[in-house]
Design a binder for this molecule. Structure first.
Ligand SMILES: Cc1cc2nc3c(=O)[nH]c(=O)nc-3n(C[C@H](O)[C@H](O)[C@H](O)COP(=O)(O)O)c2cc1C
Length: 392
């Protein structure tokens, strides 16, 4: 990890170390990848205001999200199949997050199960729920997350049907990998990956196998999702989950102010402005362009989180300036994991935190609450909008 300077370095290393099908699974967006590209392009188009001669010797990245203290404004987003980027990937990422003082969110579609992560880390983590047709199974998952002492539930609301990723189709992406000649040759050139996955505790979806009927025979993620995820999911289900779940509730996948207002009405503690990293509705707006109208619509009624395209500390500053309280990161740490296991995830968080700290210094800001519209070119004289981020 010594010569790694950026998230881009981690991506390139992950590409060399992780089998093609799993690297592509993480890097891809849906369909023509218009939204995937827009997430990055629109972030890069936002320019920061360089300020000078402000005493920035004492800077803090600390903040709070849903009442929890974070050492820096980052949260590891739910990412399916982390255990296929590196053996026991979920456990390694959870450990790296705990060491960095930020939350880790375990996906429903993880390789290590809720219980594996709880037992191996002994630290609280967040759990992300996909609601499937069998509501009894969703209720069981919630009970398992409660028993594992997860204090925060992230309910993902933008994937009741699956956006297609063309590269997954081309690669015949399955879990565990199908033993086609092409895959065998690929895996043979990635011995460190093969060894880590071989000695990892699971090779399939840990939360589902043995719990969902038919799961044993379905190894194509896309096929299983299409069979099981419930296109009938609606706001009434959110009310039901709110009743079932005693902890904090975060709705992830909100891109529209009207939906954000409904989330407030239903009493969610936070929402994540997210288009699933450009993996669902292709042609959707970039998540950074969706953020300001949502932040304006909800004011300080709910905490607003953000994800989509965060690759640098400057990106996090842009999102916070436009109304986010903290940023979820997805690919940035998945690449870290593929590149170097737990130290790779730690490196990803460290890179982003250090870059944000430098961006704060060079924009004359000392705390996360200081970051608002006035750090952006064109935002001169903008009133602090701290009220929108100060709940919790
Ligand atoms: C490989 C991969 C798998 C993902 N799996 C899930 C998932 O299981 N549940 C979920 O809510 N979001 C999932 N997401 C979306 C992320 O939580 C997050 O919204 C997205 O990665 C943010 O964009 P970024 O990767 O550009 O940071 C996944 C994203 C990626 C890249």
């Amino acid at each position: 990890m010594k010569n790694i300077a950026s998230i881009e370095d981690l991506r390139q290393l992950a590409r060399r170390k992780v089998p093609r099908a799993f690297y592509d699974y993480a890097a891809s967006g849906s369909y023509n990848e218009e939204t995937l590209r827009a997430n990055r392009a629109d972030l890069e188009a936002i320019k920061l205001r360089q300020r000078i001669l402000v005493d920035v010797s004492a800077r803090s990245l600390a903040t709070t999200v849903v009442g929890q203290k974070l050492a820096s404004p980052f949260i590891l987003a739910p990412v399916g199949l982390l255990g296929m980027q590196h053996g026991d990937g979920e456990i390694l990422a959870a450990r790296a997050a705990a060491a960095a003082g930020i939350p880790f969110t375990l996906s429903t579609m993880s390789i290590c199960s809720i219980e594996d992560v709880a037992q191996a880390t002994g630290k609280p983590f967040w759990f992300q729920l996909y609601v499937i047709k069998d509501r009894g199974f969703s209720r069981d998952l919630l009970a398992r997350a409660k028993a594992a002492k997860c204090n925060t539930l992230v309910l993902t609301v933008d994937l009741q049907v699956l956006g297609q990723r063309h590269r997954d189709v081309h690669n015949g992406m399955t879990v565990p990998p199908e033993m086609r000649i092409k895959n065998i040759i690929d895996i043979a050139t990635k011995p460190a990956w093969a060894w880590s996955v071989l000695k990892g505790r699971r090779k399939t979806f840990g939360n589902l196998a043995g719990h969902v009927k038919g799961m044993e025979n379905v190894n194509s993620l896309a096929a299983w999702t299409n069979q099981q995820f419930d296109p009938a999911l609606n706001w009434k289900d959110v009310e039901w989950i709110k009743k079932e779940w005693p902890g904090k509730l975060i709705l992830k996948g909100i891109m529209d102010p009207d939906d954000a207002r409904t989330a407030v009405k239903l009493g969610a503690d936070a929402l994540v402005v997210s288009n699933h990293g450009g993996r669902q509705l292709d042609g959707a707006a970039s998540s950074i362009s969706a953020l300001p109208p949502i932040a304006d619509a909800v004011g300080d009624d709910i905490e607003v989180l953000f994800d989509g395209g965060i690759r640098t500390g400057a990106d996090a500053m842009r999102a916070i300036a436009l109304g986010a309280r903290a940023c979820m990161i997805g690919r940035a740490y998945a690449w870290g994991l593929g590149a170097g296991g737990q130290p790779g995830v730690a490196k990803a968080v460290d890179i982003l935190s250090k870059e944000l700290s430098v961006a704060m210094a060079l924009t004359g800001t000392k705390s996360i609450d200081d970051i608002d519209g006035h750090v952006l070119v064109g935002g001169e004289g903008k009133k602090k909008k701290a009220a929108t981020r100060k709940k919790g």
